[in-house]
Design a protein around this ligand. Structure first.
Ligand code: SF4
Length: 58
């Protein structure tokens, strides 16, 4: 797992891109990510963002 800092994670969308539309996002309570450690917001973003259905890539 990579740290939020190393991935340049931010708790807000970037140019319309957000975790909820990323293939690494795993929705839940709390939500998380297959690559980035910690709790991830559906409205967040990081530099590894990749479009696709949730939890379909790593
Ligand atoms: S890889 Fe995708 S779901 Fe994970 S923090 Fe980055 S943008 Fe969000």
């Amino acid at each position: 797992m990579m740290s939020k800092q190393a991935a340049a994670y931010q708790d807000q969308p970037n140019d319309g891109k957000r975790c909820s539309a990323c293939c690494m996002f795993v929705p839940g309570d709390p939500s998380h990510c297959t690559m980035i450690s910690g709790v991830i917001s559906s409205h967040g973003w990081c530099k590894f963002w990749e479009a696709g259905p949730n939890d379909t890539c790593s």
